[in-house]
Design a protein around this ligand. Sequence first.
Ligand code: ACM
Length: 262
Amino acid sequence: MKVAYIQTRPKFGEVERNVENAVSKIETLGAELVVLPELFSTGYQFKSTAEALELGENARSGYAAVRLIEAAVKTGAFIVAGIAERSGASVYNSCVLVGPKGFIGLYRKAHLFSNETVIFKKGNTPFKVFDVGVAKVGMMICFDWLFPEAARSLALQGADVICHPSNLVLPHCPAAMITRCLENRVFAITANRVGAEERIKGAALTFIGSSQVVGPNGTVFKRSGRRVESGTVDIDVTLARNKKINSRNDIIKSRRTGLYTL
Ligand code: ACM
């Protein structure tokens, strides 16, 4: 199965431009599963909830969702992409999963990072796995990486691939995702962005790139630097279904759940 990430440099507020750039790229990749960054259509640094509501869109019928579904129909790909999701009077930092038959699933970011906590509503969608045929797909967003329960919840439900739209600013996530993959024996596709935003004076953010595809043995199959680019990798998703690391240790069955406090 050919999977891909697209590492972008969105222009804040230019939804149509950001979406069309991503759609053009998706159409060239020939991948069956494509992951785009967090908030790929809007940019990251909102000044207020009102601004996020204004730029936010419906997860099924907004401009980004419609164009991603059209791209999925055209290419046959499954696509995971981060959007500002407007739902009634609320706005979530969300990602959607769409495929050749349309909208499949939605995840609203559980662990909001820093200023996101004052802009977005906390996610209320449980971590859930979607069986799309070619793979069992789980979603988490950026800062969720620091909460191992997120990836574990997806792995316990049988996720083969964790799709991880991101807007990383701290340096540790790419390395930490190797551990998330090792401890769960899953693939992870982190799609980050590059560039910088300083829409709030004195609060400049520089995004680290380093999008990557990691496998169940911790192998980093592909990792980008800090420029706009995409990465494609052929993976065998069945590797994620073997949780044994030797004849005596199955990393799921060897857990001592009775001794843990969760
Ligand atoms: C982040 O969660 N965007 C750092």
